[in-house]
Design a protein around this ligand. Structure first.
Ligand SMILES: Nc1nc2c(ncn2[C@@H]2O[C@H](COP(=O)(O)OP(=O)(O)OP(=O)(O)O)[C@@H](O)[C@H]2O)c(=O)[nH]1
Length: 205
């Protein structure tokens, strides 16, 4: 068995939009489904996201199945043009845990153009934050347009940053055909809907 048999969910989006927080919220639901899950965090030069995720899942996921990939200057390159480092890491995971069901891949901060190579992610979730401004969807970034699922996070911050969620919803549906879910990782709002999409589209497809 190798990485080709393991379901792979890529989570991308601009710096600070809430990718790590989303993983912390969705993975416990997948573990409740008794799935064997691995996590890879692509980061520029540090292991910061990987360390945060290791700490979050200590005792629930073996340490060696929560790993960082240091991509150098541009994480986007690591998930798009040359996914080999990530694919090697997934193969290492499968050697460690042959029953592995799913790998969640986070791509560290990048611009609106970050998308996943189809070989690396069967399902691509793009996370933007309400706090980045309600005009983000209509800028038609490839992540927003092409992702299998668009997650618009930090909804409770909308009143503080003058963001109109209805406008974001309308614009998002105008620029893309796929689903859009609004989430708030602080309260857990919308997390069930994200998990349901993963179950339906990736795990039990
Ligand atoms: N208020 C609020 N804060 C959030 C939410 N989601 C994440 N945050 C906060 O936003 C900050 C960035 O969240 P992360 O999950 O680290 O974002 P990220 O996209 O993984 O960041 P990078 O890996 O640096 O690109 C943290 O301080 C989180 O606590 C949310 O739904 N609401």
């Amino acid at each position: 068995m190798n990485y080709r048999d393991v379901a792979k969910v890529g989570i991308g989006g601009p710096v600070g939009s809430g990718k790590t927080s989303l993983i912390k919220e969705i993975v416990p639901h997948l573990l409740e489904d008794e799935l064997d899950v691995g996590i890879i965090a692509n980061d520029i030069l540090t292991q910061e996201d990987a360390q945060a995720l290791k700490a979050a899942f200590a005792g629930d996921i073996p340490d060696e199945l929560v790993q960082g990939v240091e991509t150098g200057a541009c994480p986007h390159t690591g998930i798009r043009e040359d996914p080999s480092m990530n694919l090697e890491k997934i193969n290492e995971f499968v050697d460690i845990e042959p029953k592995l069901d799913l790998v969640v891949l986070e791509s560290g901060g990048d611009n609106l153009a970050a998308t996943f190579n189809p070989e690396l992610a069967d399902y691509f979730i793009y996370v933007i934050s309400v706090a980045e401004g309600d005009d983000i969807p209509r800028k038609r970034g490839p992540g927003v347009v092409e992702a299998d699922l668009l997650v618009i996070n930090k909804t409770e911050l909308a009143p503080y940053v003058d963001a109109d969620l209805e406008v974001m919803d309308r614009d998002a549906h105008e620029v893309r055909d796929g689903p859009v879910v609004f989430t708030d990782c602080k309260t857990g709002e919308g997390i069930d809907a994200v998990v349901e999409h993963i179950r339906e589209q990736v795990l039990f497809a």
